[in-house]
Design a protein around this ligand. Structure first.
Ligand code: ATP
Ligand code: MG
Length: 405
């Protein structure tokens, strides 16, 4: 991508009401635009990052045999009324809207009810199961506070996967596979070493659920971990009874802040029973389907990555999710000529700063945007047939043969 051909502009200052580090840096670097509190637009560079995160998740979920769909945002109240969740007393973050012809609709805060309702048209026999369905979808939640940039949006991107099974053992087996897939996803996203599977409260059908919590000073959750992080609990279940139950009573636990980047739940019959999602078994007997749900906050993950790696100079993307691998700058006539040559045919790898601007300005933007390697070609570097390559994260600089890039 050529800098001169995008409408992206870096800004010296962030919006006055943007108090979060991730929001301020993403706006300044031209990755997102803030519409209002908790509502953001993704600009070309921000969208590439989001798509890279999605693709990592997609690859790992497809490897489990999951099928991708895209469900609607506008919600028919009917299935939600059957589970009692259309009520504002039950679910206090609904955005609702009205049809011109009369009648209320909801804007999806999540999709358990609609997916169970939808699958009643397609699943009827044990032969149709197990089934794993997921989507990347915009969710709407009327969050009371939205001061954490893209960590907590009123409109945000979630990946939600739902699984359906004939037996509890089958649900347990798939749940364990998702636990492994999530660990792999967070590893690939660059936050694996500080993201922990965490016990959280369950529901009517299971004792615990699990969250994936990334240790982060500005994270809104409080977690407790033992010294080697082999047991991590959300504050909501940190009590003597649970510690006993998990066999870790007496161990030393420390408190820390974390951001919930994912959440997995054995729902069993919680939604399939009230909505009547059943299958007929080998003996033609009607049975209720077991269900699990598995979320990842895609846009929140992007914010967590920003918070984790950014420094005083700006963003700093891990290579796997960076919008481009290289930030290219040519200096002087010869340098520009060689930069043009290098750029040709590699538009996805290089963000080419071809603007008519001073090198100092380009270097500052390279740091602000956090692209992993800055590549500078000038008369000086060309004297040895090289480009100067600077690692954004370490600041380390070396000369690399142009043919090697
Ligand atoms: P939280 O406890 O942070 O409010 P939640 O427990 O309500 O989240 P889920 O309904 O399980 O979250 O949603 C799945 C995932 O979506 C969460 O693990 C989180 O990463 C992300 N998420 C939830 N709410 C938001 C939000 N308002 N903005 C961005 N991401 C969110
Ligand atoms: Mg939560």
């Amino acid at each position: 991508m050529r800098f001169s051909k995008t409408f992206v502009k870096t800004l010296r200052t962030a919006p006055k009401d943007e108090t979060s580090k991730n929001g301020a840096l993403l706006v300044r670097a031209g990755f997102v635009h803030k519409e209002m509190a908790g509502v953001y637009d993704y600009l070309p560079l921000g969208l590439i990052v989001l798509e890279k995160i999605k693709n990592i998740i997609r690859e790992e979920l497809n490897a489990l045999g999951s099928q991708e769909v895209l469900m609607s945002t506008l919600q028919n109240p009917e299935p939600w009324e059957k589970t009692g969740r259309f009520s504002d007393q039950e679910v206090d973050i609904w955005f609702k809207t009205e049809l011109a012809a009369g009648g209320v609709l909801g804007l999806a805060p999540t999709h358990e009810e609609p997916i169970v309702n939808m699958l009643k048209n397609y699943v009827s026999s044990y032969k149709d199961l197990p089934l794993y369905v997921y989507q990347f979808q915009t969710k709407f939640r009327n969050e009371l506070r939205a001061k954490s940039g893209i960590l907590r949006g009123r409109e945000f991107l979630m990946k939600d996967l739902y699984s359906f099974h004939t037996t509890e053992e089958d649900l347990d087996g798939f749940y364990a596979k998702v636990e492994k897939a999530y660990a792999k996803i967070y590893d690939r996203l660059g936050i694996g070493d500080c993201t922990y599977e965490t016990f959280a409260s369950g529901g009517i059908f299971s004792k615990y659920s699990h969250e994936f919590q990334t240790v982060l000073p500005v994270g809104e959750d409080t977690i407790y971990h033992n010294d080697d992080y082999s047991t991590v609990l959300n504050k909501e279940v940190y009590n003597d009874e649970v510690l006993n139950d998990l066999g870790v009573a007496g161990q030393h636990f420390s408190e820390t802040n974390a951001a919930e980047v994912g959440n997995i739940f054995k729902l069993k019959f919680k939604y399939t029973e009230p909505l009547g999602l059943k299958y007929s078994d080998e003996g033609n007997e009607q049975k209720t389907i077991y269900m699990g749900c598995y979320g990842i906050g895609v846009s929140r993950v992007m914010g967590v990555i920003v918070e984790k790696f950014a420094d005083e100079k700006g963003l700093c993307w891990p290579e796997a999710v960076a919008p481009f691998k290289y930030y290219l700058v040519g200096i002087g006539e010869k340098g520009v000529e060689e930069a043009e040559k290098l750029y040709k045919g590699r538009e996805d790898e290089f963000f080419y700063d071809d603007r008519d601007a001073r090198p100092g300005e380009k270097f500052a933007d390279a740091e602000l945007m956090g692209i992993p390697y800055r590549v500078v070609i000038s008369d000086k570097t060309l004297a040895t047939g090289c480009a100067e390559v600077t690692n954004r994260a370490t600041g380390e600089t070396k000369l690399v043969g142009i043919a090697k890039l």
